[in-house]
Design a protein around this ligand. Sequence first.
Ligand code: IDP
Ligand code: MG
Length: 135
Amino acid sequence: MVEKTLAIIKPDAVKKKAVGKIVQRIEEEGFSISGMKQLHLTKEEAEGFYIVHKEKSFYGSLTDFMSSGDIIVLVLEREDAIAHWRKTMGVTDPALAEPGTLRHSFGFSVERNACHGSDAPETAAWEIDYFYKKP
Ligand code: IDP
Ligand code: MG
């Protein structure tokens, strides 16, 4: 089924100038880019985006990191976009991510792991709305 997912190129990857390589990979994987913008989140915006993790020990550090620099927010579309993008990224911890995945190639730590992807249709819809809802 053709579906949409929300992807973010995180501040660590933007700082190391990996945006071009990651966008190239997105296109090579057959995604259509139906939205793409550069943002610098406030701490409050990062907290809102990661609200599901608010009880986690890493919530404060994660939202500091996510508001520490520019990010690229994309809406990606293809067959099985959600699962395919998560496979392309690799698992959360770059040290455990398979060679060839984006997190293996560009991630630095379990927190600074280069990219984000929605994990289910409901969260994809919520996350796309978070960044692309028409006023
Ligand atoms: P995911 O991004 O692979 O879906 P989640 O468990 O949803 O992983 O966590 C969201 C983000 O929070 C991760 O991408 C990572 O940046 C950060 N994170 C997850 N687990 C940890 C941790 O144990 N320590 C620090 N940061 C973490
Ligand atoms: Mg997640």
